[in-house]
Design a protein around this ligand. Structure first.
Ligand code: TMP
Length: 204
């Protein structure tokens, strides 16, 4: 695969794990180095991707349809946003990427992992984040945080068993790719988590 001069960072975790809260901190830490930072998200990040996001978050569909639409949105995202940014030397910070498909569609919803792998090979052609920050909290903590948050989308309405499967899949991915993953214990104060995030970003 092409070698890029930029760096590709993904943020992962269950809904309610608090990953998105830390995006502004990460952006300012990186920008302080004088690099361009492209902050984006999945599903989404492009005009078509955001349209697919609306469908994915609200329309009931087969888990395999969901996986394929996630990768359709990802294909656009890579072609339009991620690869051009990496090629010009920018840091790309994405709120979720393919580990989310392994956790949600495969781990929690039962799509066969070899099918996800085929889509991954096709769509990414070897492109992987350089670093993935996994915000880890117990399932009950996620659910508790979500119960006081905004109106839930279809993923956020799932129960504790779903969230436990999600967490396990994420932790399995982290164990499988220890070089890429940094697991953050996000079941502590915002300040402590922020300090951990700051420390990790300094190493990237
Ligand atoms: P967000 O709320 O963190 O932006 O994520 C949107 C939802 O989409 C979240 O519940 C996780 C889900 N999702 C998947 O199920 N599979 C995927 O591949 C991605 C990127 C997100």
């Amino acid at each position: 695969m092409t070698q890029y001069s930029g760096k590709f960072i993904s943020l992962e975790g269950m809904d309610g794990a608090g990953k998105s809260t830390h995006i502004p901190t990460i952006i300012s830490l990186l920008e302080a180095r004088g690099v361009e930072v492209v902050s984006t998200r999945e599903p989404g990040g492009t005009k078509l991707g955001e349209q697919l996001r609306e469908l994915l978050l609200h329309a009931p569909m087969h888990p395999e349809t969901e996986a394929m639409l996630m990768f359709a949105a990802r294909r656009e995202h890579i072609a339009e946003v991620i690869e051009p940014a990496l090629a010009r030397g920018a840091y790309v910070l994405t709120d979720r990427f393919t580990d989310a498909t392994y956790a949600y569609q495969c781990g929690a919803k039962g799509v066969a992992s070899h099918k996800i792998l085929q889509l991954e090979d096709w769509v990414q052609a070897g492109l992987q984040p350089d670093v993935t920050l996994l915000f880890d909290v117990p399932a009950e903590v996620s659910l508790q945080r979500l119960s006081t948050a905004r109106a839930p989308d279809k993923f956020e309405r799932e129960g504790v068993v779903f969230f436990e499967k999600l967490r396990n899949s994420y932790l399995e991915r982290a164990a499988q790719f220890p070089q890429r993953f940094r697991v953050i214990d996000a079941n502590q104060s915002l300040e402590n988590v922020k300090a951990l995030v700051t420390k990790i970003i300094a190493t990237i």
